[in-house]
Design a protein around this ligand. Sequence first.
Ligand code: FES
Length: 127
Amino acid sequence: MTATHPTTRHLVGRSEDVPEGGRHVVDVAGTTIGVFRFKGRLYAYENVCPHQGGPVCQGRLVPRVAEVLDEDKCSRGQRFDSDDLHIVCPWHGFEYSVATGAHPGHRHIRLRDFPVDEEEGNVYVTA
Ligand code: FES
């Protein structure tokens, strides 16, 4: 959860505006927020990359790239990990897990998150 204390629940769209594996970017109380749905769960992050402030929530969504190792720990190439969807910041390519908001190599670098929920076909962000 964020260090700040959001207080107001805002309607940000209909459930169908946030398809599985997709995103919906909205302005909420003066802050641009990306709402994502992955494996049926909703996540909401400020559209500001911790690197240099790029519009991270508008970047490409791609599965995490994982190294394939053999029994001797030698690389046998790479594969996509469909269990971990990443947002790729369009400015310099920093990646963040949609499910955690964290950079995969530096877990202390993370997106600012917001509470998000869904009720009767509507999506709400508390900010
Ligand atoms: S501002 Fe996002 S990677 Fe640099």
